[in-house]
Design a binder for this molecule. Structure first.
Ligand code: ADP
Length: 403
């Protein structure tokens, strides 16, 4: 949270600095026009000189602000030549101060990725990406570029190494902890199961308690397994088997896996898959798991007698899978947080449902690892629709180990 606040403050500072810089450039343009009109009039010339000094002071102010923000700021001309770069930019890519100006972006950063980001920004208006500087202990940089009104692009570089390191530590911690917990918990769960099987020989109150222990340990084992899954997907350790995938067939087989659960809840499952659905590149088991989580939730939060519809809609660029229910719905205030790990709308309301609060988080990670997006629409008391879209020409998953 602290890191986020700092990040926000940094961005605000940077935005202010860039605004001042941009204003300086604009003023300089206006001043050039005025100089041409002023001719030899000494009074006008004096006013222009004073204006020049004010512009220079504003530029110096902006430079101080940018340096204070600790971010690298680089201006790139449309022909991809670096025309300005502050000290932080040089420091972040381990170059001597002043050695970037005049170089091409590729030469300045020795990284095709940065060049691609700037090129896209010059063409499309803006672009962003993360790059790791290829020096010993090189930092991880968040690079964001935006085209200016003059046709140049500003490239802003932020060092996010510490943030990524903390995220890695958190993932490793959860992974280790889940590993350690899994074996004893599975044993306790098996013991509870064995005890429950002999419940007939126990006094009724003891049998009741054994049944509760069995259910609760089952939840614990599920939670630990999901935590392990999540940290493996997050850290890229989970094996990704990339194949040409027919999402229609995947939807039908996934729904089959939830059918029994739906029947027990008195919920009808309806699947609608158009005849021709473009193949996508991806891991069938993983995407199946994401869809399973959505359908499972839809059933869990629906009243008996209602219907859950699973629909596939192919567009030119992606295949959209939607799961619609007529269940209890999600309050508007909770919707933005629904994909966070461990988030549950109302713990009291969902206690009996036995969820871990990890299912949607896992689904989000899987979909995003495939270059897709996931979202939810809902109205409390009316129902919810959870959708995800997988691009037809997704990222080259084979070259990103673990996706
Ligand atoms: P859980 O294991 O608790 O289901 P999820 O991450 O899958 O965890 O979901 C998080 C929370 O989102 C749930 O606890 C529930 O409050 C809410 N939720 C998810 N899907 C639905 C749905 N289809 N209808 C209503 N609420 C939902």
């Amino acid at each position: 949270m602290g890191a986020l606040l700092e990040y926000g403050a940094l961005l605000a500072l940077l935005a202010a600095a860039l605004l001042v810089l941009a204003a300086g450039l604009q003023r300089r343009g206006a001043r050039d026009g005025a100089a041409a009109r002023a001719g030899d009039d000494p009074a006008v010339r004096a006013r222009l000189a004073a204006a020049d000094e004010r512009v220079a002071a504003a530029d110096r102010d902006a430079a101080v602000l940018v340096e204070l923000a600790g971010v690298g700021a680089v201006r790139v001309a449309p022909d991809l030549t670096v025309t300005a770069a502050n000290e932080a930019a040089h420091r972040l890519v381990a170059r001597r101060p002043g050695t970037m100006v005049g170089c091409g972006v590729l030469e300045a950063f020795t990284d095709h990725h940065v060049e691609a980001i700037v090129r896209t920004a010059l063409e499309a208006g803006s672009a962003a990406g993360e790059v790791v500087v290829r020096t010993e202990d090189g930092p991880t940089l968040l690079a964001r570029a935006r085209r200016t009104a003059s046709g140049d692009a500003w490239l802003v570089l932020e060092d996010v190494s510490e943030l990524r390191r903390l995220q890695r530590i958190r993932t490793e911690f959860i992974d280790n902890l889940s590993h350690e917990l899994r074996t004893p918990l599975t044993n306790v769960s098996l013991l509870a199961e064995t005890l429950a099987a002999d419940a007939g020989s126990l006094p009724p109150r003891a049998a009741e308690r054994v049944a509760k222990i069995e259910v609760e340990t089952g939840h614990l084992v599920q939670m630990v397994n999901e935590l392990l899954d999540l940290s493996r997907i997050e850290s890229g350790v989970a094996a990704v088997v990339v194949d040409d995938l027919d999402l229609g067939r995947l939807a039908l087989s996934t729904v089959d896996r939830v059918r029994l659960f739906a029947e027990r809840h008195g919920v009808t499952l309806e699947v609608s898959v158009p005849r021709a659905v473009a193949l996508v590149r991806g891991d069938g088991d993983r995407i199946g798991q994401a869809l399973l989580n959505l359908v499972h939730n839809a059933v869990k939060f629906s009243p008996a007698g209602s219907t859950v519809a699973i629909r596939l809609t192919p567009t030119e660029a992606e295949v959209v899978v939607a799961v619609e229910d007529h269940g209890q719905g999600i309050p508007r205030s909770a919707l933005p947080r629904i994909f966070e790990r461990f988030y549950k709308v109302d713990r009291a309301r969902t206690r009996g449902a036995g969820g871990t609060g990890l299912g949607l988080s896992i689904a989000r990670h899987i979909v995003e690892a495939h270059g897709g997006r996931i979202w939810a629409e809902s109205e409390e008391g009316v129902g919810s629709t959870f959708s995800f879209a997988i691009p037809v020409n997704g990222p080259d998953l084979a070259s990103t180990p673990g996706g």
